[in-house]
Design a protein around this ligand. Structure first.
Ligand SMILES: Nc1nc2c(ncn2[C@@H]2O[C@H](COP(=O)(O)OP(=O)(O)O)[C@@H](O)[C@H]2O)c(=O)[nH]1
Ligand SMILES: [Mg+2]
Length: 444
């Protein structure tokens, strides 16, 4: 998926914030510049890029960080929220009530992907337990009916059409009579025009006679920013219009198309991400941005951070910092932070532990954490609680059991000792201001 490239540049930008030793004005400025570059490369309109970067910078620098969240997290949350807002925040899904048939009419210029999306959409609703049906109202292009028929057959969706018919309105009316007991009827139209104005005119005529509940404009995402003109004309022409942006898989300009459409205020309801019938998804900006940033759903991540804070109960934190830090503790921490990145984030959750810890030790790669997890899993409970018992033969066993080498097991034990020692020294040397209730520890 070409949006991957946009995603990975944005992810890189954010990773820098995660990795920075201090999150200050310079960090934020650099982040904003990186985001600008990523968006521009994805063909997002310059003015939109300036708007969004200004908002991110202002909020990241000026907003008070809410309690319970570190500045680092706050900055990332701002990026996430602003990108989401930028893509149209709240989307209303297509509401389908059983027994109340909905008519969804697809329009769009030739080749935008209407016929393919008609099949994809019907499959989408079918998978969700609804009874969809298709009507081919493309009486213009020879072969249009055959194309949809082939797709519909494959997924077992009833289709009404007639390759000989000349009048699309009459055809739709006949089809609707047949499909009275369906939940949603999707009408594929011809869209025989190549430019907006004619398309809109055609759409209005059809709308008047077919009276669909919703008209969905299919826009080819590869046209990038140019999608703005189409979306705008369409949005102004019909109050029941929504948008589906297709071909986001093949295009480096997908970001441009999505943001341009969102900027018109027209709701994007679905995106097409491939030629197969399954390649469609409901467009939910928050989820989309979360995934784009390579973080799954960031809201979930932030929740996780909060949970993780709670996961180190005071008593345990005290014990850990006084040196009673076993491999089991280490493992629990790894588990809590699965997929969350570096050791740094892990240690951050130990109240007071975020002082003076050498960076190279903190930036332990996720892969290594994964290995460590498996190694600890291969140990006996006794070994985990009292790693002193480790000798060559035990190490060998663990290495074999976890598919690693003895050297790596040794390395893990060494890291464990270093960490334990460090936590002990921390406890002794500093009057640590920890154990405030749910106190946020910023790594600054
Ligand atoms: N890569 C990709 N191709 C698509 C997607 N949607 C449609 N297409 C292709 O775009 C071309 C035109 O699609 P079609 O549905 O016939 O467009 P229509 O003229 O608007 O009905 C076909 O070759 C489709 O396979 C998509 O999401 N990704
Ligand atoms: Mg077609």
């Amino acid at each position: 998926m070409a949006l991957d490239r946009l995603g990975s540049s944005l992810y890189e930008a954010i990773r820098k914030v995660f990795k920075a030793s201090v999150v200050d004005e310079a960090t934020v400025k650099e982040l904003v510049r990186d985001i600008q570059r990523a968006l521009l490369q994805s063909d997002v309109n310059v003015q939109l890029v300036l708007d969004i970067s200004k908002r991110i910078e202002e909020r990241a620098l000026k907003e008070k960080v809410p309690p319970g969240i570190a500045r680092r997290e706050h900055v990332i949350k701002v990026v996430y929220e602003e990108l989401t807002r930028f893509l149209g925040e709240k989307q209303v899904p297509i509401r389908i009530e059983p027994g109340k048939r909905k008519i969804l009419m697809l329009v769009g210029i030739q080749g935008s992907g209407k016929t393919t999306q008609a099949a994809k959409l019907s499959r989408y609703f079918q998978k969700r337990g609804m009874k969809p049906a298709l009507i081919c109202a493309d009486t213009f292009r020879p072969g249009a009916y055959a194309q949809l028929q082939q797709l519909a057959n494959r997924i077992n969706i009833p289709l009404y059409g007639n390759p000989q018919a000349k009048d699309p309105v009459k055809l739709v009316q006949e089809g609707l009579k047949q499909f009275e007991n369906k939940d949603i009827v999707i009408v594929d139209t011809s869209g025989r025009h190549k430019e907006e104005q004619e398309l809109i005119k055609e759409m209005k005529t059809l709308e008047r006679s077919i009276k669909p509940d919703e008209v969905m404009l299919v826009i080819d995402g590869t046209i990038g920013q140019q999608a703005l003109v189409q979306a705008k004309a369409f949005h102004e022409a019909t109050p029941i219009g929504s948008i589906l942006v297709t071909k986001l898989d093949g295009s480096a300009r997908g970001g441009g198309a999505l943001s341009a459409v969102a900027a018109t205020g027209a709701p994007i309801k679905f995106i097409g991400t491939g030629e197969k019938t399954e390649d469609i998804e409901a467009f939910i900006p928050s989820r989309f941005v979360g995934r784009l940033l390579g973080m799954g759903d960031l809201e979930t991540l932030l929740e996780k951070v909060k949970e993780a804070e709670i996961k180190v109960p005071e008593k345990k934190a005290k014990a850990i910092l006084s040196g009673k830090f076993t491999l089991t503790d280490m493992y629990e921490q790894f588990e809590a932070f699965k997929g969350m990145g570096t050791f740094k984030r892990l240690l951050k959750m130990l109240p007071g532990a975020s002082y003076n810890i050498p960076d190279d030790m903190l930036n332990v790669a996720e892969e290594r954490l994964q290995k460590w997890r498996v190694m600890i899993q291969s140990m006996t409970p006794g070994e985990r609680d009292n790693p002193k018992v480790f000798n060559a033969s035990r190490m060998k066993r663990v290495a074999r059991g976890s598919g690693t080498s003895e050297k790596e097991v040794k390395e893990l034990l060494k890291q464990y000792l270093v960490m334990r020692k460090m936590l002990k020294t921390l406890r002794r040397k500093k009057k640590l201001p920890f154990f405030g209730k749910g106190m946020p520890i910023d790594l600054k």
